[in-house]
Design a binder for this molecule. Sequence first.
Ligand SMILES: [Zn+2]
Length: 179
Amino acid sequence: MAGEKIKTLTNLGHESGVSAYASRHDKTVVIDRERDSEDVLWHELGHHIEFSNPHLLDRAKIFLKMKAADRATYFNNGGKGNPEYIVRTGMSNSYISDIYMSRGLDQRTGKIEPTKPSISGCLSTELFSIGLQLYKNPHYAVTSLLNDDGRFTLKSIELSLKNMAEDLMLLRLVPRLGS
Ligand SMILES: [Zn+2]
């Protein structure tokens, strides 16, 4: 892999009383100043690595298809109006195979609804985020290894990080991590 960049990220927020998130639109990662530890920051960075590199999203889709075997099935882990779709894969934590769909006008209901779940059509995944988080969270890492989730994320991240080291430096992430 070559040429990975993090062009979707320009701001890092360290706020109080927030749920950590990554926003493609605002080019932001925000984590909670008091509650979130370093692994949460890496998780949210993982989202931008995927947002910025469509070929990595493609890899994630290939991996999810492989884990889902012959026929992908999904379940909704969110609410009715705000679904959160998960591909059934048998990985150690179902959150790993979470996929995010676009929203669009539903002709039948006239409401803006998320489109039906599909691996091919999803906009983003949790794979790179959780892959990165594994480095900083031994509990997740051990559970994932014991369950044989696959080496996809760790290997991909390692290669990507080498290419993105410069971007990470520019964002001054490295010195911040220890604080
Ligand atoms: Zn996430």
